[in-house]
Design a protein around this ligand. Structure first.
Ligand SMILES: Cc1cc2nc3c(=O)[nH]c(=O)nc-3n(C[C@H](O)[C@H](O)[C@H](O)COP(=O)(O)OP(=O)(O)OC[C@H]3O[C@@H](n4cnc5c(N)ncnc54)[C@H](O)[C@@H]3O)c2cc1C
Length: 420
């Protein structure tokens, strides 16, 4: 980048740091509002994380209404009120359509590009920014953001300092660091007087401190139900697919569960229902029938009709039984234990996998220090935050990108208005 000369001398209106979903949206909106905008992205291309979203198809938003949207945001949902109301899922899809990327709605209200290509989303923004006159500089990492007279000094890792009246920090969280989200924005927030709440992974696999899941590593269970209970309160109850891994459990049901878990895992009991279509009574009737039909066989020959063959021996041992146990020696109490375990097998989860493996970061810039109506810092006037760098995260379904787009749009518009 030729920062040594031209740009260093120019006083820009808005510098946007980070060319992901939130940053590209902020830059576009600020430019549309009349500001002279520069976007700095440390990677060699824009939107590296967008490319891997929705398994390469990019679940760009969700058609859920605003109230439902807020239910999908487990923490700090109220903070997003203004941002989402001024730029919702309709605004996202209209904007993409205007920029040449049509979208379609799929199961659960999830919205994807018609082309099923995440790259079309980034391309649309790149085109939009070019037409709006946003200057984009790739391979340009910001190292510090410092308040100065009349605005901010933005130091570049490669040397040189740029100046702008307003800065939007849209550097993302800490998950999938190979996409560029390495947590730089937290340092920028701290050096400008902000608090960063504790960081952990959300939408991520859960670890267990028992050995048995490792024995089932790679086994996926379909059409099962996972429930989580905190005291008397049910905090999660969903049907779907889960996976056993070398660390514990993962797969869609568990990943979703992770965003419902409180900080203290010990207060939650998680159970797996392997027969969600049957009541406990029906499960017992089924067991009685199977036992009667296989009276001369071993327990394993019945378990194989109830679960994947690999799981039988592990399941028997969790019921304190041997798979070789002759059916005719199984007591009524033992049969009741088998039934109970089929309906509510305890999954003793103790923690999450590292943030680097998570879909999103939980925690971030303390939202009470940010004005929700503008996304401007209350600690450093003229500094704005947008996207995953903030302490907001949501469940799966397109809601995290919607957060990035809504906060990005608000931060971009507000930053432009601030510089007028
Ligand atoms: C595997 C995976 C799949 C996902 N699928 C979906 C999905 O389908 N739907 C959904 O809603 N959400 C999905 N998400 C979550 C979603 O991608 C993120 O929440 C969203 O991209 C966050 O956007 P952002 O702009 O805040 O941050 P990012 O997309 O992380 O962008 C931040 C940008 O800032 C740049 N940057 C960082 N530091 C600096 C610096 N110092 N100087 C210059 N540039 C810097 C980075 O290189 C990066 O390009 C997925 C996440 C993952 C990991």
């Amino acid at each position: 980048m030729n920062t040594g000369s031209m740009l260093e001398k120019t006083r820009l209106d808005v510098i946007v740091v980070g060319g992901g979903a939130a940053g590209m949206m902020a830059a576009l909106q600020a430019a549309w509002a009349g500001a002279k905008v520069l976007l700095l992205e440390k990677n060699e291309k824009l939107g590296k994380k967008i490319y891997i979203t929705g398994k390469g198809r990019c679940n760009v938003t969700n058609v859920a209404d605003t109230e439902d949207f807020f239910r999908q945001v487990p923490r700090n949902a109220k903070f997003l009120n203004a941002a989402v109301r001024q730029f919702d899922h309709d605004d996202v899809t209209s904007l993409l359509s205007m920029l040449g990327t049509e979208t379609k709605v799929e199961r659960g209200g999830r919205v994807f590009p018609v082309s099923d290509k995440a790259s079309d989303v980034t391309r649309a923004f790149a085109r939009g920014m070019k037409d709006a006159g946003v200057q984009v500089e790739l391979n340009t990492a910001v190292s510090h953001i410092r308040k100065e007279e009349g605005g901010f000094a933005v130091d570049l890792a490669q040397g040189g300092t740029l100046h702008a009246k307003a800065v939007v920090v849209a550097t993302g969280g800490m998950s999938y660091p190979s996409t560029g989200s390495t947590g730089d924005g937290y340092a920028f927030a701290r050096e400008n007087g902000h608090t960063v709440t504790p960081l952990s992974g959300s939408l991520v696999g859960l670890t267990m401190d028992e050995k048995w899941p490792t024995l089932l590593q790679g086994l996926s269970l379909k059409n099962v139900r996972v429930c989580a209970q905190m005291g008397k309160k049910k905090i999660y109850d969903e049907l779907g697919e889960m996976l056993f891994t070398h660390f514990g459990v993962s797969g869609p049901l568990i990943i979703e569960l992770s965003s419902h878990m409180p900080e203290d895992f010990s207060s939650v009991s998680v159970t797996l229902d392997m027969k969600p279509g049957l009541t406990a009574e029906q499960v017992d009737q089924r067991l009685q029938r199977e036992f009667a039909e296989n009276v001369r066989k071993q327990l394993s020959s019945v378990l194989v009709t109830l679960m994947p063959a690999r799981m039988g021996p592990v399941f028997a041992s969790l019921c304190s039984l041997s798979p070789e146990q002759p059916i005719n020696q199984i007591t009524r109490e033992q049969r009741m234990v088998i039934g109970r375990m089929l309906k509510a097998l305890p999954l003793r989860v103790v923690g999450t996998r590292p943030i680097s493996e998570a879909i999103v970061t939980r925690g971030g810039v303390e939202v009470r220090e940010i004005a929700p109506g503008t996304m401007m810092s209350k600690a450093a006037e003229g500094l704005f935050f947008a996207g995953e760098v903030l302490d907001v995260d949501a469940h799966t379904g397109g809601f995290n990108l919607q957060i990035a787009f809504s906060t990005g749009a608000l931060a971009g518009r507000s930053a432009a208005a601030y510089t007028e």
